[in-house]
Write a protein that binds this ligand. Structure first.
Ligand code: UD1
Ligand code: MG
Length: 459
């Protein structure tokens, strides 16, 4: 048989074992290394807390960039796992050599090894970039191209495998484009932009305790759930999946049927690869969330945002499910689009856009783009954009009562939108709302992918 049933994939069990190790290591090392980070001046004040003025400033500092500890444990687990991931081909080589007097009969899967190694390379670049950003506060225009460069090894490996650059056209558009269109180089540009998006989008939905870590955790769990759908489960487990609709059945039929085609074996292997990268990621995020949860004893820094974002780009590209992956980023996509006027200079963008904290009520309120009012009156374009956003309930404007000119606006972030729509709340509550929206986003993603897709694609 081409495909082994799930219980005989030993590498998967090793991966779970390494993830447990990664979880325990994170739980233990984050508080143990915190003071070392503070000593190295990698620390920050929690912007949304009040401190007694009698307590010296040094004692209120919270270690920052502990994402570096998470990234190190994560990458270390992935490196230690390499021989386990290739146990089967290694055994085949040894046995093949024995039985055929030194002649290897089974080809070693060099391609899979290069996928694995190039992924590690991209993760390492992301870690370095994130850490440099924590230390030097790199400017936006400098840090945006770096993930694109970091994705070149991934794209080269994708290319070497004669990577598919065809896109299946939805049924309603087929009369124009046909069933398949080949995007060619555009597809590579799209994939390299994916890495920039996934790394930066988590970083700009940040600033309240547990926000960065919980986003990464939920996206990683969603990716794992999606991967599990593609594994060759024993018969008894298959039934619930049939409920997922017609499209799914067509796709899974191949994986499950007895005489499995080569294509489905590849599909399983890709999703196993994704699992090997996502399981330890969930482990380190879970371990870190324990220390980062309100009230936070450690901050992730940009390092965690970059390394988790790159991990998602890696599995999305290498396991060929980048469009499904993007569906798990619905809150981040919304937050990014909403942030555009501030990121691209239409509306002033302060160093921190976190909600405003009121120490007396212990509640968070929407923060404003300028402390008092905009330094200069908004241009026509800015006025139109802000008015449209205000009409949609996504920002609250302050206007000059006599002239009607906009003088201030709340910061354009999803966290402020929650506060505007649901009213002031405390930090723990706000992060719970964020988590709920991320979970709802993932549920919607599964619905779109396996429910709606059946309507516009024929499987
Ligand atoms: C991004 C956001 C910025 C937001 C910041 C908060 C954009 C364009 N940039 O900037 O608006 O204010 O993240 O992380 O949207 N902090 C807390 N509580 C937390 C986490 C962080 O108070 O739970 C504070 C700490 O002072 C910490 C600092 O935020 O030192 C870290 O900010 P940093 O990650 O350097 O900000 P950026 O990623 O550049
Ligand atoms: Mg940050």
């Amino acid at each position: 048989p081409l495909l082994e049933p799930l219980p005989s994939i030993p590498a998967l069990y090793s991966s779970i074992g390494f993830s447990l190790f990664a979880f325990l290591a994170t739980i233990y090392l984050v508080p143990a290394l915190g003071p070392t980070f503070i000593k190295a001046r990698l620390s920050g004040r929690d912007l949304l807390k009040v401190y007694d003025s009698k307590i010296p400033r040094e004692e209120t500092l919270i270690p920052e960039s502990l994402g570096l500890v998470c990234a190190s444990i994560y990458i270390l687990s992935l490196i230690l796992f390499i021989p386990f991931a290739f146990t089967k081909p290694i055994l085949e080589q040894v046995n093949g050599n024995k039985s055929h007097q030194g002649i290897t009969v089974v080809e070693f899967p060099h391609y899979q090894l290069s996928v694995y190694l190039s992924s590690l390379l991209s993760l390492l670049v992301a870690t370095i970039l994130g850490f440099l950003d924590d230390v030097f506060d790199i400017r936006w225009r400098h840090k945006i191209p770096i993930p694109i460069i970091a994705s070149i090894p991934l794209l080269m490996v994708y290319y070497a495998e004669h990577g598919n650059t065809n896109v299946v056209v939805p049924i309603p558009l087929r009369f124009i484009f046909g069933t398949l269109i080949n995007l060619g180089p555009l597809y590579y540009i799209y994939m390299s932009l994916l890495s920039t998006f996934s790394t930066n989008s988590i970083n700009i939905l940040a600033g309240i305790n547990g926000s960065e870590t919980s986003q990464a955790l939920i996206i990683a769990i969603s990716v794992i759930l999606n991967d599990l759908l593609y594994l060759p489960w024993p018969v008894g487990f298959r039934i619930p999946l049939h409920l997922l609709g017609n499209h799914t059945e067509v796709e899974f039929g191949g994986v499950w049927s007895a005489g499995m085609a080569h294509g489905s074996r590849e599909l399983v292997e890709r999703h196993l690869f994704s699992l090997y990268f996502m399981l330890p990621l969930v482990a380190v995020c879970l371990g870190f969330l324990y220390h980062n949860w309100y009230p936070a004893r450690a901050f992730p820094g940009d390092t965690l945002c970059y390394v988790t974002g790159m991990a998602f780009a890696v599995v999305g590209i290498q396991a060929h499910f980048s469009k499904t992956l993007l569906l798990f980023f619905i809150p981040q996509i919304f937050n990014f689009l909403l942030s555009c006027p501030q990121l691209f200079g239409l509306v002033p963008c302060p160093r921190h856009r976190v909600p405003r904290f009121d120490g007396d009520t212990n509640l968070l309120y929407p923060s404003t783009a300028s402390e008092v009012e905009f330094p200069k009156p908004p241009t026509k374009l800015t006025t139109i954009v802000l008015n449209v956003l205000a009409l949609l309930g996504l920002t609250k404007l302050t206007k000059d009562p006599s002239t009607g000119v906009i003088t201030n606006a709340t910061n354009l972030t999803i966290l402020n939108v929650f506060l505007l729509r649901l009213g002031p709340m405390n930090e723990r509550h706000l992060v719970q709302v964020l988590i709920c929206s991320q979970v709802a986003g993932s549920m919607l993603a599964f619905f779109i992918r396996y429910g709606l897709a059946g309507l516009v694609y024929d499987g």
